[in-house]
Design a protein around this ligand. Sequence first.
Ligand code: ATP
Ligand code: MG
Length: 357
Amino acid sequence: MTHRLLMLPGDHVGPEILAEADKLLRCLMADFGLDAELEYANLGGCAVDAEGEPFPRSTQRLAEEADALILGAVGGPQWDGLDRDRRPETGLLAIRSALGLFANLRPAILFPELVDASSLRPDVVSGLDILIVRELTGGIYFGQPRGIRTREDGTREGYNTLVYGTDEIERIGRAAFEAAARHNGSLCSVDKANVLESSELWREVMESLAPAYPNVRLSHMYVDNAAMQLVRDPRQFDVIVTGNLFGDILSDCAAMLTGSIGMLPSASLDERGRGLYEPVHGSAPDISGEGVANPLATLLSVAMMLRHSLDEGALADRVERAVGRVLADGHRTADLAGPGVASIGTVAMGDAVVNAL
Ligand code: ATP
Ligand code: MG
């Protein structure tokens, strides 16, 4: 069956890095038997400019029909002054919720060739390979009631609600147990159950799922301790599952352990494995148009797509090995090159991966 892939280049470096994903996919189609067709649509600032809104109906229709989506990045200073509902970032939140993408997977893998780029010592991080599974469509970012109101004495207060239902906890829990079973078999659930009732229920539901996954060891950790342990001894973790707010913070923290933001892929999945795949970094307006952006986070996102949405695990392994090979051969974009080390541009890096493949 032909996989329908929707390409969303977005803004600034988005189109530059997505052109490399396109090149990689066409190589996989021509030489490795991948059966796919690529379509393109607007999301973000480019959609505001072309169609008047950041997540147009036409994009939504194509998104709903697609088996998987690959996004570059959205946003940039020229759209910052718009009303909230027309901002590029609103388009991103809208597509996530329209597609029901509740599970965000962010691997933090340190390629051996980049061990010196980490914020930690080589003896603490070398071999790092962890995965953070973050709940993406619930929790305090969406809970009601929320707002800013005036108290009786005239002072104001801002308030948000942290609420998680058992259904929401169960589905992110299942996604995380399955990820841990594919990974190295241990799952650490991160919460704040000593203070928060929502975390108390979270812990209870995670425990209730455990018997269905006898090959996964479940443990629990408070979020403050987890933050400390991530920078003290990150290799104690395999897969981490946590809620929306804690996951937002911990995944950025884990990202820095691997060195460059230009290396980190992500997946956001719905209940039947359809996903939106994108680099963790933003649209990098400061370097756009120069052809120097690192495309590897996007190419590694393509690998995640092959594995999670297209059931092409062997091809995913191949792409990841090709990236490792290119690094081992000494190819570096500017963000990865140390002082005095020669660097190559976006297109040359994409070519190197295709050649290694
Ligand atoms: P957002 O809010 O969309 O996440 P941001 O302002 O947090 O955006 P990025 O757009 O990710 O940040 O850029 C942060 C820094 O990292 C910038 O200096 C940018 O040039 C750099 N950067 C981001 N992506 C890449 C990449 N693929 N290659 C090289 N440098 C990058
Ligand atoms: Mg950012």
